[in-house]
Design a protein around this ligand. Sequence first.
Ligand code: COA
Length: 181
Amino acid sequence: MTDHRALAWPPAPIKTERLVLRESAARDREAVIELNASPEVGTYLGGPRQHAELERTVPEVPGRRPGFFVVELDGATIGTIQLDPQDPESPANRLEAGETHLGYLFLPETWGRGYATEACAAALDWFAGALPGEPVVLYTQTANVRSMRLAAKLGFTELERFEAYGAEQWFGVWSSVAPLA
Ligand SMILES: CC(C)(COP(=O)(O)OP(=O)(O)OC[C@H]1O[C@@H](n2cnc3c(N)ncnc32)[C@H](O)[C@@H]1OP(=O)(O)O)[C@@H](O)C(=O)NCCC(=O)NCCS
């Protein structure tokens, strides 16, 4: 997919209180495969992918594109954050609300400690500096309670709910600029 955004990439690693966000490298390949093969991670994302298929298809350096962050805790890769252009081919896209959408995947053993909130907030902060005023959109299944809570904590506001992929989807938007009253 063509990325038309003028996103300066890669940034220097971003350090938060407990985490580091950085561009991906070859050493992240196993963690990326584990994330995509995990039944827990895949529950609301159309199911896990086959480990063997991932071993065949994931490139030597996974996620080598603007907006793809690896999240590190004490030197171990625990998740990924994607600030990707919306896919115009996707039946669920709402391109008019914003060109960039946020996605996140964290290893289940790291859930419940606030890492996703900490990392996504830092990624959005970086994005606000990179493309000031540019909105970010988010899709998530309403049944994905953890993701719904995360979206609210990050400051996404609901635009609409709709049916796609056989489930109710939540669609929200975030902006670093407060809307005019
Ligand atoms: C969605 C996902 C990233 C959320 O992970 P998470 O760990 O629940 O998210 P957070 O970082 O916000 O952690 C929040 C929890 O940590 C707790 N917590 C513990 N220590 C904390 C701290 N120091 N700071 C903040 N929260 C803390 C919070 O109380 C909260 O607990 P709760 O779940 O009981 O309410 C994770 O479930 C995931 O990877 N899911 C699979 C992928 C997916 O569905 N992605 C959606 C794509 S649209």
